[in-house]
Design a protein around this ligand. Structure first.
Ligand code: MG
Length: 157
């Protein structure tokens, strides 16, 4: 078994979509980034790559590469999952936390879990997603950005 941790932050700006765990969430601002800026999926991918000692998503999907402009991060997650499978790794479980003052995310979490589980070839009960605020403190509390943490356990098959 191997454990990995991922962390990511994206800035909230006007005129961008807000996509978390592959779910487009109606909000007056969205996350800025080269890809769809899905901060949750990015944290999960970094945790997966970290557990397998395969570096990070910046190495695999460089943000200066036009191939990844506006990329659907779930498609990148497919590629990470395939990379791990080639090396004999499958997901044991994932626990992720999205840190956002607004919007309220609870009603979107079931769909995020389903998206992430499907793309990683995992069952729903292996994938947990939580959301929290930071009580108005710091850059997430001030609404400047959204952060996500993820912890992953990989198993050899
Ligand atoms: Mg990112």
């Amino acid at each position: 078994m191997r454990i990995g941790h991922g962390y990511d932050v994206h800035r909230l700006v006007p005129d961008r979509r807000l996509v978390l765990g592959g779910v487009e969430i109606p909000f007056e601002r969205g996350l800025l980034g080269h890809s769809d800026a899905d901060v949750l999926t990015h944290a999960v991918m970094d945790a997966l790559l970290g557990a397998a000692a395969l570096g990070d998503i910046g190495q695999h999907f460089p943000d200066h590469d036009p191939a990844y402009a506006g990329a659907d991060s779930l498609v990148l997650l497919d590629q990470v999952t395939a990379l791990l499978a080639e090396r004999g790794w499958r997901v044991g479980n994932v626990d992720a936390t999205v840190i956002a003052q607004r919007p309220k995310l609870a009603s979107y979490i079931p769909q995020m879990r389903e998206n992430l589980a499907r793309r990683m070839g995992a069952e729903l009960e292996q994938i947990n997603v939580k959301a929290t605020t930071e009580e108005g403190l710091g850059f997430t509390g001030g609404g400047e950005g959204i952060a996500a943490h993820a912890v992953v356990l990989l198993e050899k098959f």
